[in-house]
Design a protein around this ligand. Structure first.
Ligand code: GLA
Length: 349
């Protein structure tokens, strides 16, 4: 039988943050806190059935409030970069907090990752589930409209961790939600992920300028270090990637599947543990970020995290899409419903 339990993880200004534990029949386990819907740990079996925690995280709430490079968090209202933090909607100009060089990044000073969400745990068939909801007030972080957002986590009996987002707003606004776990399939405290093999279902990517804002073009990955059309060791071209404006892999891939269609986006395999992760989404883009900016962070269970000790595969709309008309639009009109499903699906080989 799948199981769901909860306990207190800490308090923010007197308000408790709960930690929910979802367990499936085979013992795989996800721990999620109500701050940001953050995935604090994820235990998955290796090729010998041994469970290890394969996401980076902290052992206490304080670090999630002060030090976290979005470890395990759900990101909103708008993931990734918006040039100058500016956009225009229905004739009105909006200025978001500029919190990443000249750009707005990941929802602002206090994005959804910093909010305490309401939570309800339950089981459904062979899945252990957690439904998180948050109401973002009109004008929060300068985004228009009151937004109701929901993130449902399901840990299925077949070792799949699904996240189903939906959102609606009482005014026209923008939305681009994603999930920001840093995975290390060898175990969260196993050093660099350079020996992981990665395959990304994308023939094209969105090149960026010196501020990491897409130029608006789509370029073929063929002949570049971003060619992951066949499984490739991440370390192979890491030096090439480090010469870029991005200081390593931190790129948005334009997925081959039709936009809005749910399908495979990427697969990662760690030969040592035999763990494999397949990522599915219905969004058009996938940001692959190799933890370039993680430096000397004290993690849970005495771990020390340094550059490239994890990888993020963040399905989303393209960066700065609100200002680039040829990219799929992040505009959500009053009365419409935004939906986004992600699956991180685990197996061994
Ligand atoms: C995203 C960005 C990175 C970095 C991380 C958070 O993945 O693309 O550049 O900002 O988030 O540290």
């Amino acid at each position: 039988m799948p199981q769901v339990s909860s306990k207190e993880f800490g308090k923010v200004q007197g308000k408790p943050v709960e930690l929910y534990t979802l367990t499936n029949d085979s013992g795989a386990k996800a721990e999620i806190i109500t701050l940001g819907g953050t995935l604090v740990s994820l235990y998955m079996p290796d090729k010998n059935g041994k469970l290890d925690d394969i996401v980076l995280g902290f052992g206490n709430l304080e670090q999630y409030l002060t030090d976290s490079p979005y470890f395990g968090a759900n990101i909103g209202r708008a993931a990734n970069r918006i040039a100058g933090g500016k956009f225009t909607l229905e004739g009105s100009e909006y200025q978001l907090a500029v919190n990443n060089g000249p750009n707005a990044l990941h929802g602002g000073e206090e994005g959804f990752n910093m909010k305490i969400w309401d939570a309800e745990g339950y089981t459904s068939g062979d899945s252990a589930c957690l439904k998180l909801t948050y109401t973002s007030p009109d004008g929060e972080e300068n985004y228009p409209g009151e937004m109701n957002v929901e993130a449902v986590y399901s840990l299925t009996g077949s070792n799949e961790l699904k996240i189903d987002f939906n959102a609606s707003c009482d005014k026209t606004t923008i939305v681009n939600l994603t999930h920001h776990s840093y995975f290390n399939l060898a175990g969260h405290n196993s050093g660099k992920i350079y020996d992981h093999n990665l395959k990304i279902e994308a023939d094209q990517y969105t090149p960026v300028d010196e501020n990491m804002i897409p130029t608006g073009q789509l370029k073929p990955v063929e002949g570049t270090f971003l060619d992951f059309r066949s499984p490739k060791r991440i370390g192979e071209d890491a030096e090439e990637a480090a010469k870029e404006y991005t200081s390593g892999f931190d790129h948005n891939f334009a997925l081959n599947k039709p936009e809005n269609e749910y399908g495979l986006a990427a697969s990662v395999y760690d030969p040592k543990s035999g763990r494999k992760m397949d990522v599915y989404t219905d969004q058009p883009g996938l940001q692959f970020y190799a933890a370039n900016f993680v430096e000397n962070l004290k993690g849970k269970q005495g771990a020390l995290y340094n550059p490239h000790c994890g990888l993020c595969l963040e399905p989303q709309k393209f960066p700065n899409a609100i200002n680039i008309p040829s990219f799929a639009s992040p505009v959500l009109k009053k009365g419409e419903i935004y939906k986004h499903s992600i699956s991180y699906s685990f197996s061994t080989e």
